[in-house]
Design a protein around this ligand. Structure first.
Ligand code: NAP
Length: 243
């Protein structure tokens, strides 16, 4: 029987893409999922895809809004694992043309939001619980040009987890680093051009295909279920770091 059976997993970013895959996977293991995102429409659609039912709960919260996040954890009460896959497309212009306001906004949301979550989750996270944040392949294989900001942020997550794993012990803190996955984020970033990008990448990957949210979910499940894993970054990229 899975250690997750009967536990409660909060999935920030669970209304789409990788997070939706994680929410489905923890429900399959007999856990309760609290799905968090900003858009009520996305939350509603995700709730339907997850089959509704008493084990799924949805909350509309922006992870960068500290007061909202504090209220959210009060409302959820005791829980067992925090997963954050939340993120938006990064600013991707070459450094000489980058929009600094957009950079500050991205930093405040992706990294600042993770700090807000870590600050407030600890009050109600049950003993034996864990936090998992999401980085990405860009730190290992930066897209050129225009990948500097997202590479720096993605790289920072491993160090964030290593430091927090010591500071918050025995709570475990880990990172999943995905390769490319066909999620709605790609539609937002490149629209119809994604089909060509994805086919080209799939042909180059040692795995021979892009990941699915279900592939990624296995990495998050491992980190939740393995109570010896902490301060770790798990790569799930089909060999994308190697090419
Ligand atoms: N897809 C890839 O190929 C890939 C590769 C490497 C790394 N990653 C990283 O993995 C993460 C997830 O990507 P994805 O492809 O699953 O994206 P996605 O399908 O666009 O899902 C992102 C999720 O995050 C939520 N979200 C965004 N900002 C939020 C905020 N401030 N507060 C709360 N929720 C927020 C979104 O809902 P709302 O918009 O309603 O808030 C949505 O549920 C991202 O950080 C991305 O950079 C993705």
């Amino acid at each position: 029987m899975s250690a997750l059976k009967g536990q409660t997993v909060v999935v920030v970013g669970g209304s789409s893409g990788i997070g939706l895959g994680v929410a489905a996977a923890v429900l399959d293991k007999g856990a309760h999922a609290v799905v968090v995102g900003r858009s009520i429409d996305k939350l509603r659609a995700a709730g339907q895809r997850l089959g509704g039912g008493p084990c799924v709960r949805s909350l509309a919260v922006d992870m960068a809004d500290e007061a909202g996040v504090a209220r959210m954890f009060d409302e959820i009460g005791p829980f067992d694992h925090l997963v954050s896959t939340a993120g938006t497309p990064p600013p991707a212009d070459p450094i000489g043309r980058i929009d600094i306001e957009a950079v500050h906004g991205f930093l405040a949301s992706k990294l600042g939001g993770a700090v807000v979550l870590a600050k407030h989750a600890g009050r109600t996270l049950r003993p034996g619980g864990s936090m998992i944040f999401t980085s990405g392949i860009n730190k290992d294989r930066p897209p050129v040009p225009g990948g500097a900001v997202v590479s720096a942020i993605a790289g920072s997550f491993s160090y964030f987890a290593r430091a927090l794993a010591l500071e918050l012990a025995p709570t475990r803190v880990n990172i999943v680093s995905p390769g490319w996955i066909d999620t709605p984020m790609w539609d937002e970033m490149v629209g119809a051009a994604k089909t060509g990008f994805h086919a080209e990448m799939a042909a180059r990957l040692p795995a021979g295909r892009l990941a699915t949210p279900a592939d990624l979910a296995r990495a998050y499940l491992y980190l939740m279920e393995n109570d010896f894993a902490t301060g770790e970054t798990i790569h799930s990229d089909g060999g994308q770091r190697l090419i």
